[in-house]
Design a protein around this ligand. Structure first.
Ligand SMILES: [Fe+2]
Length: 213
């Protein structure tokens, strides 16, 4: 795989954060850390590659505050930079099981870009990296890690739901179970602070913690 190294990946994210600062930046940093940690426990996955993919999966947000079309802007940017594997992750992280039903609702650029993306998805088979970053995206917020069910509800409230949402939620829960089975224990056991973040606990029992993407 031809990927940027960790330092190059951080440079991309830092530059993007100067153009479009926001909670999406720490979300990517947490997703990267989760990807590294989970990948380091699973045979056949390269933790450094997983880290870089996690860090750059939302790099399309560098262009400004946009919704689902960040998949396409990230895809194009990473292709132009010569990193097709990262470009691929920019798309696949948002389309669990390649389900693009309802995508028009949140698609905020030219519809022909959406069709290009759909065509791309028909040409690939998802691999373990695609699935890992989908999982890490689903558990990472700007303050750390959340129970997936809470994250799905948060995204649903902010971005709306469609007839296809229940199928997508089930697919994400199935994905988490698949990783649990591969690990032999819960993914959550690898994520520091998931209980505190999900339920707003704090180490001293006084400060309320809240975070969202
Ligand atoms: Fe993300």
């Amino acid at each position: 795989m031809h990927l940027p190294n960790k330092q190059q990946a951080h440079t991309y994210l830092t530059e993007a954060a100067l153009i479009n600062p926001g909670l999406w930046v720490p979300h990517c940093e947490y997703a990267a850390q989760a990807a590294y940690t989970i990948a380091s426990k699973i045979d056949g996955l390269d933790p450094d590659a997983a880290y870089v993919m996690g860090l750059l999966h939302d790099i399309g947000r560098r262009v400004g505050i946009i919704d689902l079309s960040h998949c396409y802007t990230g895809y194009q940017f990473m292709l132009d930079e010569g990193y097709p594997q990262i470009a691929r992750i920019c798309i696949t992280h948002s389309f669990i099981n390649k389900d693009t039903r309802g995508a028009e609702k949140n698609w905020d650029s030219d519809l022909k870009d959406l069709e290009t993306m759909r065509s791309f998805l028909t040409t690939i088979e998802y691999d373990d990296y695609d699935r890992l970053i989908q999982l890490c995206d689903a558990i990472s917020v700007s303050s750390g890690y959340w129970l997936i069910e809470k994250r799905l509800l948060d995204v649903g409230i902010r971005r709306g739901v469609s007839d296809s949402s229940p199928d997508r939620w089930q697919a994400i829960l199935d994905l988490k179970n698949t990783f649990d089975e591969q690990l032999g224990y819960s993914v959550y056991q690898l994520l520091p602070g998931v209980i505190e973040n999900t339920f707003g606990f704090s180490p001293n029992g006084k400060d309320f913690i809240n975070g969202r993407n």
